[in-house]
Design a protein around this ligand. Structure first.
Ligand code: AKG
Length: 338
């Protein structure tokens, strides 16, 4: 148990993943790395890629937006059209659970700006300071393009469109990867203020239950967390939130009038360990032992995802996550191996 309330300054670290950064991560399970990504060189291209993609998807859907409509408005138009939000058009991972299976038409966004960011030296160096020199870009990763919730009709959309409830990221892995060492690098592509729906963390929670993964409810939600000490973490683009796989965290709703929050949550794991999504592609992000294995070709990265989708469409079994979590809703979960 931690005594004094934690402030944002306790979690922040300047100058990359220094010794102090490692101490913060070890103690609190989370560290805010200030200015490790280049907004103009690494984040603006991601926004430009999504801007184009949004127009393409709107055109494919036959939805027309008023000329010059801002991104958030066009995105909400798309999310509100038909039964689906179509957010998968922007996601950088295939869906983990789909009762209808994964059709070959399932989109997955694999643009060069995303690949460039996955290989960002600022991120890979920070991760390497924690996990060592043999690192995979793990396929459990998401893009979250979140317009103000008031713009999205009738409760449509879940954590990729709206706020997400308390959870530990290790719960997103298949049980065979419970011992895998990984960290999440949460990257705000726009700023992420409290009003825009920033992350909220429970510092030190990674040490609860003697460092075991806790049982989640269906929908991957940890019950009974609201009374525990937590801190909202507003962030500026360029900063990266690095956190432990057992840190309990959630995000707030976007309550702004008209500002979209865009973020990527990237995960990196130790090479040779189970990735937790065997049917989806990882790639070598760093290797000192065998530098030639590091993936540098954006076309190969995209092709790997398309191949995985085609194999899944042909019937490769996805079925692990939908039934993994069944702790009773409203009661604290006991530690479990799933
Ligand atoms: O970006 C968000 O709103 C939530 C992200 C999250 O919970 C995660 O990366 O595990």
């Amino acid at each position: 148990m931690l005594d004094a309330p934690i402030t944002l300054a306790d979690l922040e670290c300047e100058g990359g993943m220094t010794g102090r950064g490692r101490e913060i991560l070890e103690k609190y399970g989370v560290v805010v790395l200030k200015k490790v990504v280049d907004p103009a060189g690494e984040l603006d291209p991601v926004l430009a890629e999504y801007d184009l993609r949004l127009d393409e998807v709107l055109a494919d859907m036959g939805v027309s937006a008023p000329p010059g409509a801002p991104f958030a408005e066009r995105l909400a138009l798309l999310y509100n059209s038909g039964n689906d939000t179509h957010q998968q058009a922007f996601n950088i991972c295939l869906p983990a659970q789909s009762p209808a299976g994964i059709p070959a038409s399932t989109p997955v966004h694999t643009g060069p700006a995303i690949f460039n960011l996955l290989r960002s030296p600022g991120i890979v160096d920070a991760v390497s300071a924690v996990l060592g020199d043999e690192i995979l870009s793990n396929p459990i990763q998401h893009a979250r393009l979140k317009p103000p919730e008031r713009m999205v009709q009738g409760g449509k959309g879940q954590g990729l469109v709206r706020a997400i409830d308390w959870h530990q990221d290790a719960a997103a892995m298949s049980a065979d990867a419970d011992d895998t060492e990984f960290v999440t690098a949460w990257v705000p592509v726009t700023d992420a203020t409290e009003e825009m729906g920033c992350m909220v963390v429970q510092p030190g929670s990674h040490k609860e239950a003697r460092g075991a993964l806790q049982a989640h409810c269906p929908g991957m939600r940890l019950p009974d967390r609201d009374s525990k000490p937590s801190i909202a973490v507003p962030m500026q683009r360029g900063d990266v939130l690095l956190f432990h796989k057992l840190l309990v965290h959630k995000s707030l709703p976007n309550v702004t009038d008209a500002t979209c929050r865009v973020s990527l949550d990237l995960r990196y794991s130790v090479s040779g360990q189970k990735t937790g999504r065997a049917c989806m592609p990882s790639f070598v992000a760093k290797s000192l032992k065998d530098p030639d294995t590091v993936l540098t070709d954006p076309d190969e990265y995209a092709a790997n995802w398309h191949r995985a989708r085609d194999e899944l469409a042909m019937g490769t079994d996805l079925g692990y996550l939908g039934t993994r979590w069944n702790a009773p809703v409203g009661r604290a979960g006991a530690p479990t191996k799933g």
